[in-house]
Design a protein around this ligand. Structure first.
Ligand SMILES: [Zn+2]
Length: 241
């Protein structure tokens, strides 16, 4: 019961609104955990559209294996950063922020910050692992990061909570083409902000990954509808300008 109340409170308290409603909609593409395939095949597809993405990194996964797939290397991250992509924090240990103690969470965030500094990677915003947060972790993240991204699905119209930015899964196995098109049309028409998130980019992805075809199709539609395609931090600057 406490958790439920806390989740309810987290959604409705501690907000800092970003006004949307520009003439153009914005679409952002983000990749959580950053499998090596997102840095390679994913970036290859983004490059075809002169688009930059946002990559949420856990230093604890660097050079590791996750879901039987290779994760990014430090060199991958440095390449992304040097080529205009955004690198954000995803905790060091892929921590569930709704379950961890605040003390443990702060240590984990600091560990990831140290990892970024050690490798000269500029850190921007934060994405909650599993999209899991509660009120204390939302407030603590708001003190450390300019923005926090959750999951939740759908697009954002009118305004967005900078400390709980909503994002839509881009998963080949479960996100159908009609959903993508409808969300994109709504975003373009109403000057909203649609943030996609995925993991690996592969011709044979698991349940939490996308294919190059699905990613390319989303990019093509975004451009056809006249949307800006921007990393999350740059999208915030766009809406503030
Ligand atoms: Zn994750």
């Amino acid at each position: 019961m406490y958790k439920k109340l806390s989740r309810f409170a987290a959604r409705h308290v501690g907000k800092r609104y970003l006004e949307l409603g520009k003439q153009r909609g914005v679409v952002s593409f983000s990749f959580d955990d950053v499998p090596a395939s997102a840095c390679q095949l994913g970036v290859e597809v983004l490059d075809r559209y002169q688009a930059k993405g946002t990559f949420y990194v856990c230093g604890g996964l660097t050079n590791g294996i996750e879901q039987s797939q290779a994760c990014h290397s430090v060199q991958d991250l440095q390449y992304l950063s040097a080529n205009g992509h955004e690198i954000g924090c995803h905790t060091f240990s892929h921590t569930n922020c709704a379950n961890a103690s605040l003390a443990a969470l702060k240590i984990d965030w600091q560990r990831n910050r140290d990892f970024f500094s050690q490798h000269q990677l500029p850190q921007t915003g934060f994405a909650f692992p599993f999209g899991a947060y509660d009120l204390p972790s939302k407030i603590a993240a708001a003190r450390l990061f300019p923005y926090s991204r959750i999951t939740g699905g759908g697009t954002q119209i009118g305004r967005a909570d900078l400390h709980a930015l909503r994002a839509q899964a881009l998963y080949a196995q479960s996100t159908d083409a009609d959903t993508i098109l409808e969300l994109m049309q709504q975003t373009a028409t109403e000057g909203g902000w649609l943030i996609f998130y995925s993991h690996e980019v592969s011709s044979n992805p698991g349940p939490w990954g996308t294919t190059p075809e699905q990613l390319e199709s989303a990019l093509r539609i975004a451009k056809q509808l006249g949307c800006e395609v921007l990393p999350v931090a740059q999208a915030i600057d766009f809406f503030k300008s």
